[in-house]
Ligand binder design. Structure first.
Ligand code: NAP
Length: 484
């Protein structure tokens, strides 16, 4: 099967940091279909040779184990081409058409790694140039809009020129091996299903914590904030994977139908109740990894009066038979104490105690997403204390480390997703109705904050966020893992 992958924004940060290394890994692993072309597109005037040199130099900045040897790069570089094109100029699309017609590839992937403000224009111009045939697949990167209205506008513009099965909306969390394993754990094993419900689970916590600040993206982040950047997409997709009903098969729409039902069942808080269930925070100066770092408002590109949240902790519920009354907590932020993403599934206490157990000790299933990737099952067993009285339980855990077990066979998120686009597999991509429903759910929170003159709650860089996040979960009688 021949393919052309057109990388709009082919000289940008996303292209060289994520997409080229992922394409190279697929090439190295022999999974990238042979005979493809990767065509970088931007306004720069570069020859193919200059583009190859640019990409070669950029590889010096990626992880050592993802860098090609000179021989590998020479072979990979044969796939790379460059086309100068200004996406806002209709006439320029004729050059793209000519280049694609030279080959008539079986599949043409158009990857929009450019600002979303260009998405509508690009779609219109691709259609005007007749570049929206049945062999075309369009990949859209986040952020797809900044609210429900702008998200719909993009979705409508895209759907006017392509059918839903040609549209691949990326949420790279879905490509992470750990997230795919969450689906495998739930729907490839019968073990957990009987206990995966309100009768046995007391609460579920999703943490996506970053140590980094806004880096060079201060101006972008200041218009975005943690709710739009992390919760509306990644965190809600994780919540869907945790809470959805078993799909009838592994086809994309069967999975997406079930995820949509979860989003539709999310409880919506009234404006009066919102402050109790949602905490917004912003970091001040502090210490991360022993290094002093500035506060958010001192970061380059950030408004010194900014009220943009760099941290969100929230509590929600899913109003259906399986989950009624079980709180789901989501917590994400920048400049937190650690870089880690994990999910804690906390089970209820044993209904009748015949042993002495440490206060609050219950069974927990921890799904580690990063930096480690695996599953831990925390149980209670008779440990050393048992010598004294024969009845005291101690926590122990089973630790399944997927990195150790599967090692180099693991496929990175962007590598998985790019291969799936080329193959036309939609399972790990987000449908427009899911995205719209997620926006519909976060919008009242954004609206509430817009009308709230108070500053976000501050937290020192290098901590776990504002104390209000701990108070929120403590009100239900629970705690975040590092506090329990
Ligand atoms: P970037 O570094 O600013 O790159 C933008 C690219 O688009 C450049 O190649 C630029 O090249 C090209 N471009 C801009 N205007 C153009 C035009 N009119 N015609 C043709 N090409 C044009 O941005 P980025 O960080 O790669 O991000 C791209 C998109 O992906 C953004 O929407 C971003 O939010 C999203 N995203 C980025 C990341 C990431 O890690 N960087 C992660 C997730 C999502 P010229 O200026 O030379 O034309």
């Amino acid at each position: 099967m021949s393919f052309d992958l057109v990388l709009f924004g082919g000289t940008g940060d996303l292209a060289w940091r994520k997409l080229m290394p992922a394409l190279f890994q697929a090439f190295r692993h022999g999974t990238l279909p042979a005979g493809g072309r990767i065509i970088g597109v931007a306004r720069d005037d570069l020859s193919d040779a200059q583009y190859r040199d640019l990409i070669r130099s950029r590889f010096d900045e990626v992880d050592l184990n993802k860098r090609p040897t000179p021989e590998e790069f020479e072979r990979f570089a044969q796939l790379l081409h460059f086309l100068r094109l200004d996406l806002s100029k209709p006439a320029d699309y004729e050059r793209l058409k000519k280049l694609l017609e030279e080959r008539q590839a079986d599949t043409v992937v158009m990857y929009l790694a450019t600002a979303p403000t260009l998405f509508t224009t690009v779609c219109e111009q691709l259609a005007a140039a007749g570049l929206n045939g049945a062999n075309v697949r369009l990949v859209l990167e986040k952020p797809l809009g900044h609210d429900l209205a702008s998200n719909r506008e993009i979705n409508e513009a895209v759907r006017k020129v392509l059918s839903e099965k040609q549209i691949f909306r990326i949420d790279h969390y879905l490509g992470k091996p750990a997230v795919q394993n969450l689906f495998a754990m739930r729907f490839g094993n019968a073990l957990f299903e009987p206990v995966w419900r309100r009768e046995h689970i007391s609460n579920i916590q999703i943490t996506i914590a970053e140590e980094l600040g806004v880096e060079k993206r201060g101006a972008f982040y200041d218009q975005t904030g943690a709710l739009r950047d992390m919760v509306q997409n990644h965190a809600l997709q994780l919540l869907c994977a945790l809470a959805m009903e078993p799909p009838i098969n592994a086809h994309a729409d069967a999975i997406r139908d079930e995820k949509l039902k979860v989003l539709r069942s999310l409880k919506r808080w009234t404006p009066e109740a919102l402050d109790q269930h949602v905490v917004r925070g912003q970091y001040t100066a502090g210490t991360v990894d022993g290094k002093a770092v500035p506060g958010y408002r001192e970061e380059p590109g950030v408004d010194p009066q900014s009220s943009t949240e760099t941290f969100v902790a929230l509590r929600t519920e899913i109003a259906n038979w399986r989950w009624a009354g079980v709180p789901f907590y989501i917590r994400t932020g920048k400049r937190l104490a650690e870089r880690e993403a994990h999910i804690e599934v906390n089970f209820r206490e044993a209904p009748h105690a015949i042993f002495n157990a440490p206060a609050g000790a219950t069974n927990r299933l921890v799904i580690n997403l990063q930096p480690r990737d695996g599953v831990e099952l925390h149980m209670l067993a008779l440990g050393q204390e048992n010598r004294r009285n024969g009845h005291t339980l101690a926590p122990v855990h089973l630790d399944l480390d997927f990195d150790k077990r599967f090692g180099s066979e693991r496929v990175g998120a962007y590598e998985r997703l790019l291969l799936d686009v080329i193959a036309g597999r939609l399972n790990l991509f987000v449908r427009s109705d899911e995205q719209e429903e997620a926006w519909r759910w976060v919008e009242p929170i954004l609206e509430h904050w817009r009308n709230d003159a108070r500053d976000p709650r501050s937290y020192a860089a290098g901590t776990w966020g504002p104390p209000a996040a701990s108070a929120m979960i403590a009100r239900d009688g629970f705690c975040w893992p590092e506090e329990c």
